[in-house]
Design a protein around this ligand. Structure first.
Ligand code: SF4
Ligand code: SF4
Length: 101
């Protein structure tokens, strides 16, 4: 059986994205002093976090987030709600819709 790529897997899932109010917020510059070993980048199943070597910042895109809650657990700052960091479920019926079967 062929192993599907993450983009293929995500294409089978639908999203209603709130473009104006990201449900997860990080401080890309403050992530330079990450106390959590950049665990977000290595553990997000949707690969929403990516370290930008050239600009020395963390990049994050909430579009395509699976709302699994992993990053809230592995990131001390998201978990504690540190300044510049917040994690909430999407509002107004937006967010991920999983397809089953
Ligand atoms: S784990 Fe948190 S503080 Fe560290 S790079 Fe990721 S979002 Fe930034
Ligand atoms: S909630 Fe899950 S899918 Fe969304 S950004 Fe965090 S780890 Fe990635």
């Amino acid at each position: 059986m062929r192993r599907m790529k993450i983009d293929e897997l995500l294409s089978a899932t639908t999203f209603e994205t709130d473009e104006h109010s990201p449900h997860i917020v990080i401080d890309p510059q403050a992530c330079r002093t990450c106390p959590s070993g950049r665990a977000c980048e290595f553990s997000c199943p949707a690969q929403r976090y990516l370290w930008d070597e050239a600009n020395d910042v963390m990049t994050f895109d909430h579009v395509g987030c699976l709302e699994c809650g992993n990053c809230r657990l592995v990131c001390d700052r998201l978990y504690e709600g540190a300044e510049g960091y917040s994690w909430n479920y999407p509002e107004n019926g937006s967010g991920v819709s999983y397809r089953f079967g």
